[in-house]
Structures are given as C-alpha cells and as structure tokens.
Design a protein. Structure first.
Length: 162
C-alpha cells in the first residue's frame, strides 16, 4: 500500500509586521548604497537632517533631538566636521556654547536628499488612487503610533531617560 504524498506546509500569508520589516530592510539597503563613498552613515545623516530642518543647533539640542548622549553627538559632529559637512561656530549669546552649522557641502547634500525624499514619497504611491494613498498614510501613522506605545511600555526606563 502506498503512502499518500505529503503535502508541503502552506506558507502563511505575510503579516503587517512582515511587510514593515521588509520595507525597513529595503530602505536601509537604499541608504547604504546612497551613502557609499560619502563618509556618511545613517546616524550622521540623521544629524544633518535635523540641522537641515532646525537650523544651527547646540550639541545638547542635537543630542535631545536624536535621543542620544551628548558624547555620541560629539563623535558624530567631529566626523561630520572632518568631512566638511558641518562647522562649529560660537553661540551668539552663550559664550560657553557652540553652534553646529551646515556648511555649503552639508546644505547641498541635504537639499539633494530633501529632493530625493520628495521624489521617493511620490513614487511610492504612484498608481494609487488618492483615497487609497490617504488611507495608506493613515494606516501607517496608526502602526507607527502603536509601535511607539508598545516600545515605550516595554522599555519605560529608556523612554523616561530621553
């Protein structure tokens, strides 16, 4: 008597988390390729992005915005200064403070990045009806909010420290 052929296990359909993780990996890969040869890393670029939107800032303000230690920001600023993306300048009203400012190279890089950001944002929803694109954005905002709350609940000591 022959045995029935075993059926392969069905692969479960992808979950929202599976899709979010896949998108995160694709974005990380894209960033790594974009930064190749520039001396930029994700952390350095995040600092530049904050400066691009906030303008000249103290290292203390940058640490708060990036949710990292001031010591971490010092290392990031040192690296960005050595590659010409930022400069340190005296604070106009606080002799003890220094402002971190984008240089021409830094401004140019962030302007290009802002243009690429806008282009990619449009491309990601190209072909979707406007109401579907709006629904997608609302859904992603919901997922982001839930994830932020879950993380804050799971790690309250980290949330309180930042």
């Amino acid at each position: 008597m022959s045995q029935p052929a075993s059926s392969p296990m069905a692969t479960p359909p992808p979950t929202v988390l599976d899709r979010v993780l896949a998108i995160g990996q694709l974005l990380q890969l894209d960033m790594e390729r974009s930064f190749a040869g520039t001396g930029l890393t994700t952390s350095r670029t995040h600092l530049l992005w904050v400066l691009h939107h906030a303008g000249p800032s103290t290292q203390r303000d940058l640490a708060a915005a990036l949710e990292v230690s001031p010591r971490n920001v010092t290392g990031l600023v040192d690296a960005l200064e050595s590659t010409g993306y930022v400069s340190r300048e005296p604070h106009p009203s606080d002799r003890r403070a220094t402002l971190v400012t984008l240089t021409g190279i830094g401004r140019g890089a962030m302007e290009r990045m802002a243009d690429q950001h806008a282009d990619l944002s449009r491309a990601l929803v190209a072909g979707l009806a406007p109401d579907h694109a709006d629904a997608l954005l609302r859904g992603l905002e919901h997922v982001e909010g839930v994830l932020a709350r879950l993380i804050a609940d799971a790690y309250p000591e980290v949330t309180e420290a930042t």
